[in-house]
Design a protein around this ligand. Sequence first.
Ligand code: SGN
Ligand code: CA
Length: 531
Amino acid sequence: MTNAISPTLKGGIFLAAMQGVLFPLQAPAQEKKAPQRLNIIHIMSDDHSYQAISAYGHPLSAQAPTPNMDRLAAEGIRFDRAYVENSLSTPARACLMTGLYSHQNGQRTLGKGIDSTVTFVSELLQQGGYQTAMIGKWHMQCEPKGFDYFYIFNGQGDYYNPNLKSHLSGGKYIQEEGYATDLVTAHALDFLEQRDPDKPFCLYVHHKAPHRNWMPPLKYLDLYEDVTFPLPETFHDDYSGKGEAAREQRMTIDKDMTYVYDLKIGELDKEPSRAGHAKGLARGLARMDSVSRAAWEAAYGPRNRAFLESHLEGEALLEWKYQRYVRDYLRCIRSVDDSVGEILEYLDSHGLAENTIVVYTSDQGFYMGEHGWFDKRFMYEESFRTPLIIRYPGRRGGIVSQAFVQNLDFAPTYLDVAGMKAPEEMSGRSLLPVIRKDGRQPLRWRKYMYYHYYDLPSEHNVLKHDGVSDKRYKLIHFYGGKDGDYSEFYDLRKDPNEMHDCYADKRYRRKVARLQRQLDKFRRDLAVDEW
Ligand code: SGN
Ligand code: CA
């Protein structure tokens, strides 16, 4: 089992052995040319909930369809049980690059952490003959490594006229003109244009959207303005069926969303708000040119004035906040969907669809008002789960997979696609056997999944927790709170919305004990050092 990181992976360069002789790196001239290995495009948005992809069939997305993501699902596999190991951006990106859990690669929280001596999958692919590119949100405090080509945002990045640094910019961030999603798409397509067509490529396309504070592109400022989106069933959760963590978090639409930053009512900039939010929106708007700024004011100005004059209170005010949040969020999604469409179109028109695997996912899930929340972090389904769609050349489309997969699986999958062996330290599994079985989970596959969230103290005040899931049942252990450590247990078949903690329910005693044993085993086998 995976323990501490071995010297082969940590430090230095790990030269993975090529599997078999099918794809030699350089075929001698007189030999018949071997078929080129598949290209890989990994498209990852930031905080995109599966509830907001219409292929997933959630009531929210019924009124805000995502035709290009749906096309990908119609031509590929939609994974309904895809999860992350730590529901936060920087740890998810570190996991993507290393194939390791947070405590193994050092990136447990936002900010500092990544052990940059650990080999990244990009380095392995590069050594294996792939051209590698990283576009958009990088969000780790180390330089991109293993990339021939990159254009990355500064930290979280900005929606309008963001700064990017590239493989050409000598370490400097340079401001570019345009909307983040469009710029990411343009740089991704530029890479495709400029690459060497005789070598396979692996391209990561990492959008900023739809991350907070959900600033839409100008062309969609009015989209959905006349749509009333349905409230989730658990919108009014009072947390009576849950412990301290759910009661003490600070991520409610009701109390924690700020008018001036999240809800874009610049007129309320004297509102006392958390973490410097008073200036947050103004900073974003200040990046726009005067024409864009005028378009923004033309859209939000009259709506804001109507809101201020209406003096909404109580439930009506809460529902107004929800509608504004969800509309802006879905406007951002629409631009990401356009981007997916442009990339698919490029592949079609350049004969690349037949030899390129296309993956669409998010760095984690997100709350669209479930339990009254926005943000993520918890091991409850909406944030633990992440959308995942994979289109694999030559395979049947329109498949829905219930295979139990995790973001730890991306690195081994991409190495497998490249015909390379994954380093032993990676505990994720290549998804190619699942893809070859049309989404069915192979017999020898994980039965349990481990999760661990560490980011406290932090803005949304979610207690640290780790836990285990077997798809149907989930055991979560919260620690470090003022009321002492405690556990929650959910039966997802009977209670898919996770409203009733059954940890103390005698009828679940044996199941709780079984999951507790598995949790202990993960902690031991993975040398987890806190809980
Ligand atoms: C920022 C946001 C938080 C969010 C984190 C992590 N605040 O700090 O709401 O939880 O990012 O998001 S903001 O005021 O800066 O918008 S993550 O996707 O990067 O993990
Ligand atoms: Ca994120």
